[in-house]
Design a protein around this ligand. Structure first.
Ligand code: AQP
Length: 331
């Protein structure tokens, strides 16, 4: 059976883009009895400037949010990447199976390093760590956004090279594209960019923990390019189209259906409608987050148990890797 690995960086609070674009799908996979590993990838979150003081709180909140959104630590393996050392060990071995040139060609590096004075080596290298995240569990299906497809191709190239060099060891993995309508929810302030946890302006996103009045004020500020009618056209009206996409994701209805039903609404009334649906959809998740944050011991114990289960699998893979690569003498 397929093993599915998904990861999320603890770079901030889960926003509705993460929820509809990724987490909801992981929950559906888990609930249809797939073997799901869900990693909080804290090592990846260190590739851009971050605050070490805030990281533990972000990890805790991310774990609480994932559980509140439906990741069940009894069904899925919910774990913390940095506590499973085989990820970085395998990352090193995989680094000897690709070239600097191949990594520098990946578009995410140039996009993410564009505004940085001194981009870190980790930023260039992290797709290899992502490959290790997958291969250390021999995962075969990976939920990905379109921006991650090249990284999955790199992982498969690494599988080919490793297997050729050392003998058949790792399986190839295939992407799972998000079936939800909200493949990409965009920033409320600049709807030509994606909604992002680490974007400095908090008004650009709706966090799943935002209380109703904050959701309302953020949606009030949302850039709808002075559109008067409810027209879906992401090219010329990215703001109102983003609002329609969020509405479609929230209700699970097709964009065309939503447009048809609300075509006679003026934009302010429509904005209020989406606000109400957003508030109601997030309400149960938020009360669960609050409940869990009052029980930190439970979250930490769930993460520890998951991390132990992950380590058991990763240790097995690592043993077989070292036998192939010749590092096993004193095992
Ligand atoms: N705006 C989005 N719309 C739909 N899906 C999204 N994802 C992220 N933003 C959107 C999906 O969320 C998953 C987890 O992402 P990640 O934490 O690994 O990093 P990311 O993709 O870089 O997400 P962010 O929120 O933009 O974080 P930062 O600001 O730290 O870079 C992924 O599956 C992603 O596709």
């Amino acid at each position: 059976p397929d093993r599915i690995l998904s990861g999320i960086q603890p770079t901030g609070v889960l926003h509705i883009g993460n929820y509809f674009g990724a987490v909801k799908n992981w929950v559906d996979l888990q609930n249809s009895n797939h073997d799901v590993l869900c990693a909080i990838v804290d090592l990846h979150s260190m590739t851009l400037p971050y605050d070490p003081q805030k990281l533990p709180q972000h990890i805790l909140l991310m774990a609480a949010s994932l559980i509140s959104c439906g990741i069940d630590p009894e069904k899925s393996i919910l774990f913390l990447q940095s506590e499973v050392p085989q990820h970085t060990q395998l990352c090193w071995i995989l680094s000897t199976c690709t070239t600097l040139r191949r990594l520098a060609q990946l578009p995410q590096y140039s996009e993410k390093s564009e505004y940085l004075e001194k981009p870190l080596l980790g930023l260039l290298w992290y797709p290899v760590l992502q490959a290790a995240d997958i291969l250390v569990y021999k995962a075969t299906r990976i939920p990905v956004g379109k921006d991650q497809v090249q990284h999955l191709q790199l992982a498969n190239a690494l599988v080919r090279t490793f297997n050729l060099k050392y003998g058949e060891t790792f399986p190839h993995s295939k992407p799972i594209f998000n079936p939800n309508n909200a493949a990409r929810i965009r920033s409320l302030i600049d709807p030509t960019k994606k909604m992002s946890k680490s974007f400095p302006d908090p008004n650009s996103r709706i966090d799943i923990t935002d209380p109703p009045d904050l959701i309302a004020s953020k949606l009030k500020l949302a850039n709808l390019e002075s559109t008067l009618s409810i027209v879906y056209d992401p090219q010329t009206r990215p703001g109102v189209s983003n609002l329609i996409e969020m509405h479609s994701a929230l209700t699970g209805r097709q964009i065309s259906e939503v447009c048809q039903e609300f075509k006679d609404f003026d934009i302010e009334r429509y904005r209020e409608t989406v606000t109400e649906v957003m508030v109601e959809t997030l309400r149960p998740i938020q009360s669960e987050v609050d409940r869990l944050l009052n029980n930190k011991e439970y979250i930490i114990s769930a993460l520890k148990k998951g991390t132990q289960k992950a380590t058991d699998i990763a240790a097995d893979t690592w043993r077989s890797v070292t036998e192939k690569t010749g590092n096993h003498l004193i095992k």
